[in-house]
Design a protein around this ligand. Structure first.
Ligand code: DUC
Ligand code: ZN
Ligand code: ZN
Length: 486
């Protein structure tokens, strides 16, 4: 065997399917062998007592996203990707977001101009469709799907973004015809609007009323409606950032009926509650996201959905807004709840939070952790088996975890530019010490070891989600599955 560039020795290797003791051999950025005892490599990592896991895929994060209201993301593609890498993530899939009147092609070009010179790990893009006009639907979207932008998000709420049911059906139809994956932000817009008017009319304006204005029943109703629309068109669909038992029940019911409906949840729906929005002054603004954090009963429902397979994806929904005039306080130092930019940061802590409370806490096993944080996203978004697993032929995207490393979260330990974390004080047990992306050592000894812009764009194949997820088991035909790049 030709020399190996890197050997990871003595570790416990886990994929979504297996846990095995073996060495991992890497050459030219790919995993080339898994074996009991490999010969020496040019560089060696001793992973004795450690877990060797696929690098995480964060398939829902907002980086350097341009907002119509002038609010600025705190993280650009450098700080966002660095922070992701420190937390064990090796692929991010943020959004290229269309505003009304914009050409989708132009939007994608602009996001590449931001990402290409800065990202330190690999990245793909979902599209956000807010203006599905004839040009977009008839030409731009089909062409972009062919070019590797094969998933897009639509919103059922937010004045500047939301589509009505007819528009959603039109977008779903394009997805079905061209083999793309749709992601839906499911909340009932008119319920939010009505509650917001009533709350403001009564003088209830503090951040905590954000949670009241986004009711659980509105998330359940919109999830049900989105599922009906997807069923009508017969298109696979993923409901993003699910927060509540009402929505989980709808997703589960649809799955039980054999529909290709998938679910995603995020750390804020396991570790925060609506009570966290009730901080002094405007501090609760830091915790405002949509859907909002709920309560302990919702946490239990989300944990159950992670454990029983209702959820396929655990992403961060990292939406990084500083607690100042560039972000959360853009409309003034004492904003009403409806003026606060929605979103919480979480790109770095996503994996350690789930590992600690989930795997170490006995709620999910290591295979489920890998599936939820890497493998399923790779499958759903057309990156598998190049990404999301440890297998011969896959990219050497690997995180070596010390499962016993313990610490208490404080913002100073993180690498984003947000200025706070909602997870201060959380006890963590387990941390990704060494992180490899395409065989490049990105993080080691607590330091970043690669250059700005060394991440690569990943064109996504058309997802195989047209088949039920259970059938997306590894078929190692790399040439066939690796998409346009080979
Ligand atoms: N909600 C969204 O829909 N997107 C960004 C963050 C958030 O809270
Ligand atoms: Zn959303
Ligand atoms: Zn989001």
């Amino acid at each position: 065997m030709a020399d190996l560039d890197i050997v990871i020795r003595n570790g416990t290797v886990a994929t979504a399917a297996d846990v095995m003791r073996c060495d991992v051999g890497i050459r030219d950025g790919r995993i080339v062998t898994l074996a009991d005892k490999l010969p020496a490599g040019d560089r060696e990592f001793d992973a004795g007592g450690k877990f060797v896991l696929p690098g995480g895929i964060d398939s829902h994060c907002h980086i350097e996203q341009l907002s119509s209201s002038g609010v600025v993301c705190a993280d650009d593609f450098y700080s966002g990707s660095v922070s992701a890498a420190f937390g064990g993530t090796t692929t991010i899939i943020p959004f290229a977001a269309q505003h009304h009147g914009q050409s989708l092609r132009e939007v994608v070009k602009n996001y590449h101009a931001c990402a290409d010179p800065k990202a330190v790990i690999d990245y793909a893009f979902h599209l956000i469709i807010s203006d599905p006009d004839e040009q977009v639907m008839g030409q731009e979207l089909p062409a972009l799907i062919e070019d590797g932008y094969s998933s897009f998000k639509v919103y059922m709420t937010y004045d500047a973004l939301r589509l009505d049911d007819h528009q959603m059906l039109q977008v779903f139809e394009v997805a079905r015809r061209h083999g793309a994956m749709v992601m839906v932000h499911a909340e009932n817009h008119d319920m939010i609007r009505w509650l917001t008017d009533r709350l403001l009319g009564g003088g209830y304006r503090q951040p905590k009323y954000h949670a009241v204005s986004h009711p659980r029943v509105g998330e359940g109703e919109a999830t049900h409606r989105a599922i009906c629309l997807a069923e009508l068109v017969d298109v696979p669909m993923l409901i993003v950032h699910v927060s509540t038992g009402e929505a989980i029940d709808e997703i589960r019911r649809a799955q039980n009926r054999g529909l290709k409906i998938y679910g995603e949840t995020c750390p804020q729906y396991l570790f925060l509650t609506a009570a966290d929005l009730d901080l002094p002054g405007a501090e609760g603004a830091m915790m405002c996201c949509s859907p909002p954090p709920r309560d302990e009963a919702a946490h239990a429902a989300v944990w159950q959905g992670l454990a029983n397979g209702t959820f396929q994806v655990f992403s961060s929904d990292h939406a990084p807004y500083r607690h100042d005039e560039t972000g959360k306080l853009a409309s003034g130092p004492d904003p009403s709840f409806h003026q606060i930019a929605n979103g919480v940061p979480g790109i770095e802590l996503r994996l350690p939070l789930l590992f600690s409370a989930g795997v170490q806490g006995g709620r999910i096993d290591l295979n489920q952790f890998v599936a939820l944080t890497a493998t399923n996203a790779a499958k759903l978004y057309g990156l598998y088996p190049r990404k999301g697993t440890i297998a011969v032929g896959s990219d050497a995207d690997i995180a070596i975890w010390d499962p016993e490393k313990k610490f208490t979260v404080e913002y100073e330990l993180l690498h984003d530019h947000v200025g706070y974390t909602p997870y201060t004080g959380q006890e963590i047990r387990g941390w990704p010490e060494t992180v490899l992306s395409r065989g490049r050592v990105v993080i080691h000894d607590g330091t970043l070891q690669v250059e700005r812009g060394s991440g690569a764009f990943l064109p996504c194949a058309k997802p195989e989600a047209a088949q039920p997820l259970g059938k997306l088991v590894p078929e190692m035909h790399p040439e066939k599955n690796f998409g346009a790049e080979l």
